[in-house]
Design a protein around this ligand. Structure first.
Ligand code: DP6
Length: 400
């Protein structure tokens, strides 16, 4: 389903890749350059109908240098993590060419690449785009150069969490033990079809400050937090096993409780970092309270939250509670910010909130603090876009 230089004069490929949200968090590296983590992690791949990166890569004899455009703007290709991904894919392509005794330039290996990439969601929303971005880059480069097989170890060298975006559904990143990182890989635990009732809401919190980036945040945590060391060695190994079991059994209660506890412990290690790092703001804290009070009202765990390195919440729930919980969010966080279009993505049914539920939650509404909600579910891994009219580069190799 892809063309190489030998059978098509325009060697151009477009692919898409998903965002993922960790339910067991990656935080801390044992090797900065290879991006090797101090603990394993597990994530859910979000559906590309709502959140995706699209990347076109072209090779051509006439290109004078490797170039990249991100969301319409040319960026510096010399970025070390970009260079790692390009180098590793070209290395694999050369190996394949030599192993299969192909002619010198069968996959355009001597040629330069042009890369153009866009997200279908606003970068300003503060959603982790580097995972989808590097996963898409590596997947597309691999197609262009005719490389197959295990690619998550290359995506990992772009951004740690990117290795998990190489698969759909429920994905673990096994930390590995080797110094060369060859065993630090992502692996699918279950495909996206495994748990169709699971629903996911991204609550986009209007933030005024840009939080500290994950790369430097986790460096400071590794240096200063004893709690992080305890977490990586004494908590996550067992939690990974329990989480995999909960996913396989579709045990929502266990999945939800482990997800919330792991998010809370990650943010506790941020507070234990010196100087401390705060990713949660007052809106995040209010979301946490709403979720716990909602669950308490029903006497069971129907909803879970998780937060990455920023104030946005990601909510997990099951189909039967989905519409009601959206109404809860809308009631306690009313917003006109997005011109009244509060919910994007999968449709939500009308639901009436009982006075008893509102009273039991019993918090003051916080107007205009959640900009909008993206409603989605688990989705597939990277895909090739077969429709050539979707290429982001023109036949001249420049962004359209
Ligand atoms: C809090 O993958 O962005 O989202 O490897 O330095 O690029 P680098 O960091 P990154 O860190 C993600 C941290 C997290 C948790 C997670 O996704 O597991």
């Amino acid at each position: 389903c892809y063309k190489t230089m030998s059978d098509d004069k325009s060697n151009m490929v477009t692919c898409t890749a998903p965002v993922n949200i960790a339910v067991i968090k990656y935080w801390g590296k044992r090797n900065e350059e290879l991006i090797l983590p101090i603990n394993s992690s597990l994530s859910v791949t979000l559906h590309q109908d709502q959140l995706k990166t699209t990347t076109t890569v072209a090779t051509n004899r006439s290109f004078e240098e490797d170039r990249i455009w991100l969301n319409g703007k040319e960026e510096d290709i010399s970025h070390p993590r970009l260079q790692s991904c390009l180098r590793e894919i070209r290395r694999l392509a050369r190996k394949r060419r030599n192993d299969t005794h192909q002619s010198f330039d069968v996959a355009g290996l001597s040629q330069k690449v042009h890369i153009c990439s866009i997200n279908n969601f606003p970068t300003a929303a503060g959603l982790a785009s580097s995972a989808a971005g590097f996963a898409c880059l590596v997947y597309t480069l691999a197609r262009v150069f005719g490389v197959e097989g295990e690619l998550s170890a290359i995506a990992r060298q772009g951004s740690g969490s990117a290795c998990r975006s190489m698969y759909g559904g429920f994905v673990q990143w096994i930390q590995g033990e080797r110094d060369d990182g060859k065993d630090s890989l992502a692996q699918q635990v279950e495909p996206e079809s495994h748990w169709p009732e699971l629903r996911i809401l991204v609550l986009v919190v209007s933030a005024d400050r840009k939080p500290i980036g994950s790369t430097s945040g986790m460096q400071t945590s590794v240096k200063t937090s004893a709690l992080l060391k305890h977490r990586a060695e004494g908590v996550v190994p067992k939690r990974m096993g329990d989480m995999i079991e909960a996913v396989c059994q579709k045990d929502f209660t266990t999945f939800a409780e482990l997800t919330m506890k792991d998010s809370n412990q990650f943010h506790a290690t941020c507070l234990d970092t010196y100087p401390p790092i705060f990713y949660l703001n007052s809106v995040s804290q209010q979301i946490i309270n709403v979720v716990h009070r909602y669950n308490r009202h029903y006497g069971e765990t129907r909803v879970a939250y998780t937060f990455d390195a920023g104030p946005n919440a990601v909510i997990f729930t099951l189909e039967q509670h989905f519409s009601e919980f959206v109404q809860v969010v809308q009631h306690f966080f009313p917003s006109e910010i997005n011109g009244g279009k509060f919910i994007k993505g999968l449709p939500v049914d009308d639901a009436n909130l009982s006075e008893g539920l509102k009273q039991d939650i019993g918090l003051e509404p916080m107007p205009d603090r959640i900009s909008y909600i993206i409603s989605t579910k688990a989705g597939p891994g990277p895909c090739v876009v077969e429709d050539h009219s979707q290429h982001l580069l023109g036949s001249d190799g420049m962004p359209k």
